[in-house]
Design a binder for this molecule. Structure first.
Ligand code: SAM
Length: 262
């Protein structure tokens, strides 16, 4: 295990192990055993409403390709799908699940430096930006690989917040950190997962900087069913809805779909 180690772009590997716990859920979703994500359905609705004709999709932070399941279900047309994820456990599982689907490929690559050359008509990057230490590299890559429309889902507010969820072995079984020593002598956590909320002003500025001339639309995510989500969320760290707000443990996550049209 590569505990307390960072990826080349500054995320801790525990985040990867944390997502390992969700690997089975993503697999079941990709196989249609578990219901589709509300965010997947909302992404597809936004795309369909845009009336932009598409033939290919790039999904950055794809896990095991459960959004591909949703695309295959709601589009008659056999869109070409490329899934990218930085962590090999997700990509390897995705390759096994989708090996019979000739119109898809899965590539292990970091969102900050994607090993692809060919653009897709649409790119999606859902629930990834909040965990990234820096967003410009990934926006630059998304612009480079998008032909027509890019959809990002991430928490946006009028003030930015940089939240570190600190790992220790008492609550997180993959951590080796003793809770008594979870901060070092400089007051820095030994290992954490970021939950960033970006101000709309900053996020829009970064989009314009990387995408140049484009149309940007921020759509508040209200496309969820409070009862359904709360019934499903048994784990305290899963997302719940309280007074219409999405909440993860102590954190309010004001998710938006950021739609960029080139
Ligand atoms: C919270 S999950 C979201 C998965 C899916 N997009 C969804 O909305 O259900 C974040 C995904 O992004 C991947 N990921 C996190 N940081 C990444 C990075 N820097 N580059 C590529 N993939 C990353 C994780 O492995 C994980 O599959």
């Amino acid at each position: 295990m590569r505990l307390n180690k960072k990826t080349p772009f500054g995320q801790f590997y525990e985040e990867y192990l944390y997502h390992e716990d969700y690997l089975q859920l993503s697999k079941r979703r990709s196989l249609g055993i578990e219901p589709e994500m509300e965010a997947a359905k909302a992404t597809i609705n936004i795309l369909k409403k845009s009336k932009i004709k598409i033939n290919s999709i790039l999904d950055v932070g794809c896990q095991t390709g459960h959004y591909l399941y949703s695309f295959r279900k709601s589009y008659k047309q056999n869109l070409y799908y490329t899934g990218v994820d930085g962590f090999s456990n997700h990509i390897n599982a995705a390759k096994k699940i989708w090996k019979g689907d000739k119109n898809s490929q899965f590539v292990k690559s970091w969102a900050q430096k994607i090993k692809l050359k060919k653009k897709s008509d649409v790119s999606i990057c859902i629930n990834v930006f909040t965990h990234l230490p820096e967003i410009n590299k990934s926006l630059k890559e998304l612009n480079r690989l998008t032909n027509k429309i890019c959809i990002i889902r991430t928490p946006i507010h009028n003030i930015s917040y940089r939240i570190q969820q600190v790992y220790n072995k008492k609550w997180y079984r993959h951590s080796s950190v003793d809770p008594k020593f979870e901060f070092n002598l400089n007051g820095e956590p030994k290992s954490y997962n970021l939950f960033n909320v970006y101000s709309k002003e900053f996020f829009k500025y970064c989009i314009k900087k990387n995408f140049g001339n484009c149309k940007v639309n921020f759509i508040k995510d209200t496309f969820f069913n409070q009862k359904k989500i709360n019934k499903k969320t048994k784990k305290y760290l899963g997302t719940k809805v309280m007074n219409g707000l999405q909440v993860t443990d102590l954190m309010i996550v004001p998710n938006y779909f950021v739609v960029i049209i080139k």
